[in-house]
Design a protein around this ligand. Structure first.
Ligand code: SF4
Length: 290
């Protein structure tokens, strides 16, 4: 079996930024305790658990609104996926210190949407239902229409006015354009603000470069990570067999003996050492079968 490490890999800028902010908060003696995190800082269990061990309380709940009500004092960290102003205002009303680790790409999408709403556009947002990034965006205004992978676009009401489509930063680059083309038939003046972040897009493009070369793509990343899930989907939609695993231990669930060339890619919040371990185990399997 030939193993190809498909680059880019390693943390994206947003993940590095969020981790640095949490580390800085932990090291700041003046920060009010306890320190809470409004959900998972990024979608990777190893990272989240390492912060838990350092004393951070990771809040869980159906929504950010519900989570913030669990906190009575201290500091709350907004995760890389962002949160709407309502949440930040509520935290301040409760006397909490707010530390914002929102990825700048997500901030930019929020601003873009606010500008369009202020200018009288109807805004459509393509995102994953219940994902924290989507939740943050929908919190901007109840006028935003959510489009998910399950939405029947033919049922979207016709609209002749100014309209704007944008998306969650970690969606498939290809799906965004497809949705735009379909929606434009119903909404002729629809403008597209494609917001797939470069870390997500470059990983999707890199997998496709190996379309003819590999017969299996192993996507390494957390089950909750949307960019990881989309990486697998992009591979599959383009005829590449793909599996998603969280770490090397999950390789045990698959029989890989028939594959000759395997590509290994990873989500933007997957630590390098987890991918290196996957590759090491694949090489070990290869040696054992020889
Ligand atoms: S995947 Fe993209 S949007 Fe998400 S944290 Fe990384 S750079 Fe930001």
């Amino acid at each position: 079996m030939k193993i190809i490490k498909i680059k880019p890999q390693g943390f994206c800028k947003g993940v590095i930024y969020a981790i640095n902010i949490v580390e800085k908060t932990l090291n700041d003696k003046n920060v009010k305790k306890p320190i809470y995190m409004l959900g998972n800082i990024v979608h990777n269990k190893n990272i989240v658990n390492s912060f838990r061990k350092k004393g951070i309380i990771v809040l869980e709940g159906q929504s950010r609104e519900e989570m913030i009500e669990q906190v009575q004092s201290g500091t709350v960290i907004i995760t890389a996926h962002g949160a709407c102003n309502k949440i930040k205002t509520r935290a301040k009303e409760k006397g909490l210190t707010v530390i914002d680790a929102t990825c700048r790409n997500v901030d930019r999408t929020h601003q873009l949407i606010k500008d369009k709403l202020d200018n009288g556009y109807i805004v459509y947002y393509y995102g994953k239902e219940k994902h924290p990034e989507t939740e943050g965006v929908l919190g901007i205004s109840s006028d935003i229409t959510l489009i998910t992978e399950n939405t029947d676009l033919t049922l979207i009401p016709k609209n002749k006015g100014k309209a704007f489509l944008t998306n969650q930063t970690t969606m498939s680059y290809f799906d965004v354009y497809q949705i735009y083309e379909k929606l434009k038939q119903i909404i002729p003046k629809l403008e597209l603000g494609e917001e797939v972040c470069s870390a997500t897009r470059r990983r999707q493009e890199a997998v496709l470069l190996y379309r003819e070369t590999i017969d299996l793509c192993i996507v390494v990343g957390d089950a909750l990570s949307n960019n990881t899930k989309k990486l697998k989907e992009v591979a599959e939609k383009n005829g590449i067999n793909a599996i998603q695993i969280e770490d090397a231990s999950q390789l045990a669930y698959y029989d890989l003996s028939d594959y000759k060339t395997v590509g290994v890619t990873a989500g933007a919040s997957t630590p390098n050492d987890i991918v290196d371990e996957v590759i090491a185990v694949l090489k070990m399997k290869e040696n054992t079968s020889n």
